[in-house]
Design a protein around this ligand. Structure first.
Ligand SMILES: Cc1ncc(COP(=O)(O)O)c(C=O)c1O
Length: 360
């Protein structure tokens, strides 16, 4: 297509820095003619998903000509039973990413401010730019969201605060008590988005019970996903839990059938297989400990992760990433002095450690 594109776009669009996804297995296989590639770059689940997911997928194929349940009733009811919150406090999204965008769409105007820790999930900054708002990244303290510092950066223009817990990419957590102290101190007119994409992996009880906060803070929304511990990243399902008024307004701005038929069916089945989830968490805890202890032994600085990845501060991060690619291992460079590595199966994790040791 050679004719120039001349349709005027909203000026905000040119300021968006695109999200860069992790290197794909297929691309690396093609580039180096590899038969096997290990991907530890996007915090996906090395065990896949519940065996029941395959069964329901096979059973559901004949019905994909039908539109999905636009209200996601069955999945929201299962979530409501498990989380002990009313169905009307739950919304399901095309990944939790969709819900982040919809929240921003409902709230942000040009000139508003959005506060979050840094480094953290890049989408917080992207959605801020999308609506002409000003992103205010606040440096982490000891690799951890510093809620006092976030408070210091809140102004009359602040409309949304994102707290990523555990934080991607550092894996660190803040306790539910600290989150409540923070909520007590800010205006109930500022939306606090507690992004718990990795909550299932957390072992520290101090940050587990955040849902009870929803009873006291109408400006809090908790986001979770089926992409990580439930192993359904490719199907795109996430959910949000919040005050009924927030949820009913979010329902207005989503697409009528935002979550596809197979995604809804499989998420429900995955949610009900808590035995599989336990295996996932058990493997993750073992691999996280293995990674952390071996990296410590190499003299590296690794914050305590409560997630399914570890963050490693190391110079020449991009060179290390490139060298690992040549060995068929994909990790994620974060900045020029840090990388993030997802926990794999034992074989995958050991392969990474062996190659990494040689490279550094
Ligand atoms: C912190 C965090 N939040 C949200 C998401 C989005 O997840 P999804 O849209 O797959 O539910 C991710 C994905 O990596 C993430 O790391």
């Amino acid at each position: 297509m050679t004719t120039p594109f001349e349709v005027p776009l909203r000026s905000e669009i040119s300021r968006i820095v695109s999200y860069i996804p992790g290197t794909q297995i297929k691309d690396l296989k093609e580039k180096f003619n590899f038969e096997h590639v290990i991907k530890l770059a996007s915090n996906e689940n090395p065990l896949g998903s519940s065996p029941n997911v395959k069964k329901i997928l096979n059973k559901s194929f004949s019905d994909i000509r039908l539109y999905p349940d636009g209200e996601a009733k069955a999945l929201r009811t299962s979530l409501s039973d498990q989380l002990k919150v009313n169905v009307n406090n739950i919304i399901v999204g095309n990944g939790s990413n969709e819900l982040i965008v919809l929240l921003a769409l409902m709230i942000l105007k040009p000139g508003d401010q959005v506060v979050f820790g840094s480094p953290s999930f890049p989408v917080y900054s992207i959605v801020s730019s999308m609506f002409g708002s000003i992103a205010k990244p606040v440096a982490l303290t000891n690799y951890t969201f510093d809620l006092e510092k976030l408070l210091d950066n809140i102004t009359s223009k602040t409309k949304i605060v994102f707290i990523c817990n555990p934080n991607n990419p550092t894996g660190t957590i803040v306790s539910a008590i600290k989150i409540e102290e923070f909520l007590k101190k800010i205006s109930s007119k500022i939306l606090v988005v507690l992004d718990e994409a990795y909550v299932e992996y957390v072992q520290d009880q101090a940050c587990k019970d955040t849902i009870q906060l929803l009873h006291r803070y109408s400006n809090l929304v908790i986001l979770r996903t089926f992409s990580k511990a439930y192993g359904l990243a490719g199907l795109r399902v996430g959910y949000g839990i919040a005050h009924v008024d927030l949820i009913s307004n979010l329902q207005k701005v989503r697409q009528p059938f935002n979550v596809n038929f197979l995604a809804l069916k499989t998420a429900e089945v995955a949610l009900n297989d808590q035995k599989f989830l336990k295996q996932v968490i058990h493997l993750n805890t073992r691999m996280r400990t293995l990674l952390t202890s071996q990296l410590y032994n190499m003299g590296l600085s690794v914050p305590k992760s409560e997630s399914n990845f570890v963050y490693i501060e190391i110079k020449d991060a991009y060179k290390i990433y490139e060298k690992l690619l040549k060995k068929g291992i994909i990790i994620r460079p974060i900045q020029k002095n840090s990388i993030r590595v997802t926990t794999g199966t034992e074989t995958q994790t050991m392969s990474f450690l062996n190659q990494f040791k040689k490279i550094i």
